[in-house]
Design a protein around this ligand. Structure first.
Ligand code: NAI
Length: 709
């Protein structure tokens, strides 16, 4: 079956791209062959004056290159050839003597946008699904089918670098403002508008595109001296963001620079050379694995396929309109567009909760991501009260009241009394076993945990926690609902700390122990941000809140014994009324809500003097291996269903560096033997908390790994 069908009317060929058997259009070798044939026909058929390229898929113009195809490449030269062939094909589109108009609706990403850039005119829809971007750097690659050449020439070096180096995509309206597309059309007339444009361009030639923006823009984008400043600033931003761990953005910057300063041919050569190197490099390999793992999780309902069907959620109830409850309600209204009812103890708190829940909507209105009518419609989904009115119709109730077992049990009882028997009850507890909360439930099969992370709107992970009694239907419903909220969902066991807080616990403890030894706050945090975490462990404690961290640490200690005994550090700070960022006093000082340096008064509080010659490599080793060992132990306890879930949980739950693939990937890369060796050394110096997990010894003995080699 072919992917391209062509109809000709009045000299305009309309080419519809519809990849058989796939939800989205992708560029593959097979598609490329068809395209080549098409281009010859367009060139030679005297009846054709111009062409329109449009997609037959509902949500994608072309979503990019087929990732399966290039991730199967094993040699640098094969990868380089793939890029080179892509460049050739795209060049042929541009060189065609007849105009080609790209009619863009849905995802126009990566190779898809590179192809559109080679067309002679672009019409895009103003629909939110329409996204134009070059996300290659997110896979550790660079746009290597001419994207680093054509984009800067079209929209200027600054705007192009902004898109290429971050991988961020733009909607239609912004793409028009940038000059990335020539015209905007509603989806219903996209095809007609593109045909009209093709006819016009065939008769009058392409439109003159004048770079706007005045003198300064002219200087920065169009003069060599100005561009030098742009490159320098871009490089600085990349280095700050990637910490030097991700080579792709810098290579992309080179490809843009070489192209603009030495010409397109040199730029294209730089593109395919860099693509060859990056595609078989370690970082890209890891990022592609993460991409596949995330994609697989999007299809994984947490239960064996076909075991149960998800319930439709027409109304959501949220009990507790505090920090988390409001975040959950707001994210549900925004992303799921579901009718959401908030309940708290009194109307003042309800009011505050509703305001907080509506904040992301207001923010989007301000940034023009929502129109006023959309904003009002979504805002109207949020309502609240100090009683359970409206809960009778709820299909799912999420509880986010204070972390108190008796309170949570009572709330569950109250909810069971007012909801329908099929309604599902989810607790957002971070430390209490779900089975304890469900112990007195009338319908324990409808109870589970949905553990969100703060801030809910931003954090991409959700842990769904069934108990032994939870029905499959409840699990699949919670997983699907979480996904619609925009979360990557892992199903984890009902054990203390679940997965994320379990592996975090010894890591945070170790950071606190290092402090009691006088290792300065900045040394600890800087070591771990240099290793690739977005924030260091001490700053993370401040973010989480010292009271919250203290309580969680206590639970972990009670459950797992001495290995997870927290030092006195937090207790001492708490005794001084330090709660972390939330009251502006923690390990750091805060000014106007911003971190303003480590607080030196912490050291006398802890009775230590900061040491001057702390060795970052020792700090790193203790922190990293504490987490790796705990991850291995949690695997022994079957906390997650697979290494894939564990690694994704670490990446999305705590910002474990993506280029390292996750803690379990890292164990594989280091080998169990090496991990055991280091842990034994640490155990000798620091005691039994570093004793290697049983499974690591086993893996070492048998040469096993978490993932197939
Ligand atoms: P919070 O203190 O901001 O909010 C709790 C809310 O529950 C308050 O507004 C309180 O008035 C309300 N509440 C208490 N009793 C109630 C009742 N009987 N009926 C209705 N509302 C009642 O606390 P936060 O931080 O939102 O935490 C809520 C839950 O989420 C806790 O179980 C916590 O462990 C969990 N959690 C917290 C995270 C965090 O980072 N703060 C992260 C993940 C989970």
């Amino acid at each position: 079956m072919s992917a391209l069908t062509t109809t000709v009317e009045d000299g305009i060929a309309v080419v519809t791209f519809d990849l058989p058997g796939e939800p989205v259009n992708k560029l593959s070798d097979a598609v490329k062959v068809e395209f080549e044939a098409l281009l010859i026909r367009l060139r030679d058929d005297q009846a054709i004056r111009a062409a329109v390229l449009i997609s037959g898929k509902p949500d994608s113009f072309i979503a990019g290159a087929d990732i399966d195809e290039f991730s199967a490449l094993t040699t640098e030269s094969a990868a380089e050839r793939l890029s080179f062939e892509g460049q050739e094909m795209v060049n042929r589109v541009e060189a065609l003597a007849k105009p080609v108009v790209a009619a863009i609706h849905g995802a126009c990403l990566g190779g898809g946008l590179e192809l559109a850039l080679a067309c002679h005119y672009r019409v895009a829809t103003d629909h939110p699904r329409t996204q134009l971007g070059l996300p290659e750097v997110q896979l550790g690659l660079l746009p290597a089918a001419g994207g680093c050449q054509r984009l800067p020439r079209l929209i200027g070096a600054r705007a192009a670098l902004d898109m290429i180096l971050t991988g961020r995509s733009e909607r239609g309206a912004r793409a028009l403002r940038l000059g990335l597309v020539d015209e905007l059309a509603p989806p219903s007339i996209l095809s007609a508008a593109a045909v009209a444009a093709a006819d016009r361009v065939a008769r009058q030639g392409p439109p003159r595109r004048s770079p706007g923006g005045g003198l300064q823009a002219y200087f920065l984008d169009r003069t060599a001296a100005g561009r030098r400043m742009v490159y320098r600033a871009a490089e600085k931003r990349v280095r700050a963001r990637t910490g030097g761990h991700y080579p792709a953005p810098l290579r992309a910057l080179d490809a843009v620079r070489v192209g603009l300063e030495q010409g397109v041919t040199a730029g294209l050569a730089e593109e395919h050379r860099a693509f060859g190197e990056l595609a078989v490099g370690e970082v890209s390999r890891k990022l592609v694995q993460v991409f596949f793992a995330t994609a697989a999780l999007k299809k994984d309902d947490g239960i064996p396929p076909g075991m149960a069907v998800p319930r439709q959620i027409r109304r959501l109830g949220v009990v507790g309109a505090g920090f988390m409850g409001a975040g959950i309600a707001g994210t549900a209204a925004l992303n799921v567009e579901v009718d959401t009812r908030l309940k708290d103890a009194d109307l003042v708190r309800v009011g505050k909760g509703l305001k907080a829940a509506g904040a992301p909507l207001a923010e989007r209105l301000r940034r023009k991501r929502l129109t006023r009518p959309q904003y009002e419609r979504l805002g109207a989904l949020l309502s609240g009260g100090d009683d359970y009115r409206g809960f009778a119709r709820a299909d799912l109730v999420i509880e986010a009241v204070f972390e108190d077992l008796e309170l949570k049990r009572r709330v569950l009882m109250e909810v069971e009394a007012v909801t329908r028997p099929e309604a599902i009850f989810a607790s957002n507890t971070s430390t209490i076993p779900i089975r304890e909360i469900a112990a007195r439930a009338e319908r324990p099969d409808r109870v589970l945990g949905m553990h969100f992370f703060s801030p809910v709107e931003k954090m991409p992970l959700l842990e769904v926690i069934p108990t032994d009694a939870t029905a499959a239907e409840a699990i699949v419903t919670a997983v699907r609902f979480g996904r619609r909220m925009g979360k990557t969902v892992i199903v984890v066991a009902d054990q203390p700390g679940f997965w994320v807080n379990r592996i975090l616990s010894p890591y945070l403890n170790e950071a606190a122990i290092l402090l009691t030894e006088g290792v300065p706050i900045e040394v600890i945090d800087r070591t771990m941000t240099a290793w690739g975490f977005p924030v260091g462990p001490i700053a993370l404690l401040d973010e989480v809140g010292l009271d919250v961290a203290q309580r969680a640490g206590g639970v972990m200690h009670a459950s797992f014994g001495d290995r997870l005994r927290p030092p006195e550090t937090l207790a001492r700070l708490l005794a001084e009324g330090r709660l972390g960022r939330k009251n502006g006093r923690g390990f750091y000082r805060y000014r106007d809500g911003h971190k303003a340096g480590a607080d030196d008064s912490v050291y006398p509080l802890l009775g230590v003097r900061p040491v001057e010659d702390a060795d970052p490599s020792v700090v790193e080793r203790r922190l990293v291996y504490a987490m790796l060992n705990e991850a291995a132990m949690a695997m022994d306890d079957d906390v997650v269903r697979s290494p894939r879930d564990g690694d994704i949980g670490a990446l999305f739950g705590i910002g474990f560096p993506a280029f390292r693939g996750g803690p379990l990937r890292l164990v594989d890369d280091l080998t169990a033997a090496r991990v055991v060796d280091v842990l034994r050394d640490l155990e000798d110096v620091h005691g039994p908390r570093f004793a290697p997990a049983a499974s690591l010894l086993e893996m070492d003995a048998h040469g096993h790994r978490y993932y197939p080699a």
